[in-house]
Design a binder for this molecule. Structure first.
Ligand code: FES
Length: 264
């Protein structure tokens, strides 16, 4: 379905998926975006990733804002879609919008894929296209063994409920993309990253912990990740603006988080 574009409107469609590590899923997204562009000839169509892969959702949005888009429709290609995904998406969009002084476009988010009446037709099509799977083929051999990582630093990004609702996916996405861009696995003492279940101080969400010191960081944003990379992972100094140390008393976030208290 296409809609009429006003004379001053500049429309965009942004397809979002969670992760893409290899070339094939990137190619899938490019193909789907090409299909969408044919169906929405009056809109520019981009795609982005929320957990890992480039461009990240934030990067893609910034490009569209920069290009002067007046309306952006976000299409989450996520199945099934957890309610927490919708919650953090709304919160993180509001946070990014508040961090950016430029005029922002009107943003719409499509309903979850599973709610589409076209789902039955898609399932029928998938059944027709199924191919037999060879259960007797040998799986890839693991006999080569594994290297034990030499990296001395570890970053855990909490993915517990409160952290997810506070935008932990976006933090993970930014950290992983920066890890790749800055070659953090080999830079300095070497850094590895991992997702974690609840790290403890949920009221400081989103929470990250950096080892070997075990430093807790709370209220983490993309800008905080950038500083933690530069000053802590590469520079060896704890970033006190975002660090929370054990005191034996309950602690609250020190920095204002106007968006996280909104009615998302
Ligand atoms: S859910 Fe992240 S610290 Fe508890």
């Amino acid at each position: 379905v296409t809609r009429q574009t006003g004379p001053d409107e500049r429309r965009a469609v942004l397809l979002i998926a969670k992760s893409a590590f290899a070339a094939a899923p990137h190619a899938d997204m490019a193909r789907i975006a090409g299909d969408m562009a044919e169906r929405q000839p009056d809109a520019v169509v981009h795609y982005a990733f929320t957990e890992q892969g480039t461009p990240s959702l934030k990067e893609a949005l910034r490009t569209l804002v920069q290009d002067g888009c007046t309306h952006i429709t976000i299409v989450p290609l996520v199945l099934p879609m957890e309610p927490s995904f919708q919650t953090w998406l709304q919160k993180v969009l509001r946070r990014w919008r508040n961090e950016d002084a430029r005029p922002w476009p009107q943003i719409a988010i499509t309903t979850p894929i599973a709610a589409s009446p076209a789902m039955s037709a898609l399932l029928d099509d998938l059944m027709v296209s199924s191919v037999p799977f060879d259960l007797t083929a040998d799986p890839k051999s693991l006999s080569e063994g594994s290297l034990v990582p030499a990296q001395k630093r570890r970053v855990l990004v909490c993915q517990g409920g409160p952290c997810n609702a506070a935008g932990a996916d976006a933090i993970w996405c930014h950290l992983r993309n920066e890890q790749q861009r800055l070659k953090l696995r080999t830079a300095g003492d070497g850094t590895m990253t991992a997702k974690s279940t609840c790290l403890g101080p949920c009221n400081l969400a989103p929470v990250m912990q950096v080892f070997p010191e075990g430093t807790y960081y709370g209220g983490v944003t993309e800008a905080a990740v950038d500083r933690i990379i530069a000053e802590h992972l590469l520079g060896g100094s704890v970033v006190d603006d975002f660090a929370y140390h054990p005191t034996g008393r309950k602690q609250r976030l020190r920095l204002p988080r106007p968006l996280l208290s909104s009615n998302a």
